[in-house]
Design a protein around this ligand. Structure first.
Ligand SMILES: CSC[C@@H](O)[C@@H](O)C(=O)COP(=O)(O)O
Length: 349
């Protein structure tokens, strides 16, 4: 069973961590559904609890979903559950972020390749390796992203608009797009972070604002529908977002509401930048139309405000931005620009 406990108020709480108390190994998640009001951790002692945490977005965001998948396989192995069945359940928990299946497959491959007596340890070692790689990727992306901003926005003092949440909460390190913004902030070059609320689940208002406030960034929250007015006022130097899956042609699935920002950015001649690790690039998915977009319960929309009983809601979790609207994709291997199947393949072999 899962269990909740409160953490001390100070100190950095990682999005997830592996622990081995006497009662047996557990995966501990910072429950993102409770932020920013409460910093409460969710203790996963079995894969069912972890799968429920993934589906309810207690743990969310592409890179950390990969880590959750890999640690989930390690948890099943360490607790003596059916690892093959656990891997299937985990990989199916959410369909769009390619990292989830990637993390599961990596830990499962290590488990299968090891001798039975060391298979659980091998799965855990692989999860830890992926965790370290993700942290390193996040540092490298921050460096590449900062250099790209210097190039695209001469003079510094950036005003960056972001959507959803892409910081330390979604990563083994400082994150993707928000990791770049944090690096710019630490270099004294962030003039303003514009934070989209990100309806319906408000990852921007709840999570990005939480991370920005903790880092002391100058940030302003806006209703998603106010973005157009910001562009018209000339208040945006760059849009920076993460990704859940990047197809082989560069089409990018990210939180619903990203595509309209890309259209606005093109109209207003503002760079639109995607920041994502290599593990989010899925060369086996040929194009945007082939990306499965998760459809979530309509109640996530109808619960936001009173609507007549029985109202139906359209609630795709993601949308897909075509490559021609993306100025650059920043990965740990380098920057892809212009974004085409060829330039992407060259950087993400
Ligand atoms: C680096 S995180 C990139 C994406 O995973 C993020 O922008 C996003 O869309 C997350 O969606 P969520 O539904 O909250 O998991």
């Amino acid at each position: 069973m899962g269990d909740h406990f409160m953490r001390p108020e100070n100190g950095f709480i990682p999005a997830l961590r592996w622990e081995e108390p006497l009662e047996g190994p557990v995966l501990v998640l910072l429950d993102q559904t409770r932020l920013p009001q409460e910093e409460i951790e969710l203790v996963c002692t079995d894969v069912q609890v972890l799968v429920a945490a993934i589906s309810s977005l207690a743990v969310r965001g592409a890179p950390v979903l990969g880590l959750a998948g890999a640690y989930g396989v390690a948890l099943a192995a360490a607790r003596g559950y059916d690892v093959e069945e656990a891997a299937e359940l985990l990989a199916r928990a959410r369909p769009t972020a390619v990292n989830l299946g990637y993390g599961v497959r990596r830990a499962l491959a290590a488990y299968r390749a090891a001798e039975p007596e060391s298979a659980a340890e091998a799965a855990l070692a692989e999860a830890r390796a992926l965790h370290a790689e993700d942290a390193a990727a996040s540092d490298a992306m921050a460096g590449h992203g900062q250099r790209l901003l210097e190039e695209l926005v001469p003079g510094g003092g950036y005003r960056v608009l972001t959507h959803c949440n892409t910081g330390a909460l979604v990563s083994g390190g400082q994150g993707t797009a928000l990791g770049v913004v944090l690096a710019a902030h630490r270099a004294g070059e962030l003039r303003r972070l514009w934070v989209d609320e990100t309806r319906p689940l408000l990852q921007g208002a709840r999570l990005t604002a939480y991370e920005a406030a903790r880092a002391g960034m100058p940030y302003t929250l806006l209703a998603d529908s106010a973005a157009g007015s910001l562009f018209t006022a000339g208040e945006v130097d760059a849009v920076m977002v993460g990704a859940d899956r990047i197809a082989a042609d560069g089409a990018t699935a990210n939180k619903v509401g990203t595509y309209p920002l890309a259209v606005l950015a093109r109209y207003h001649h503002v760079p639109f930048i995607v920041v994502a690790p290599r593990t989010t690039v899925d060369l086996a998915t040929p194009d945007g139309a082939s990306i499965e977009v998760e459809q979530r319960a309509g109640s996530e929309v109808t619960d936001l405000a009173p609507s007549p009983l029985g109202t139906q809601a359209y609630n795709p979790a993601f949308d897909v931005t075509p490559p021609e609207l993306i100025t650059a994709i920043v990965t740990e291997n380098g920057v892809v620009s212009p974004v085409t199947a060829e330039t992407l393949a060259a950087v993400c072999r």
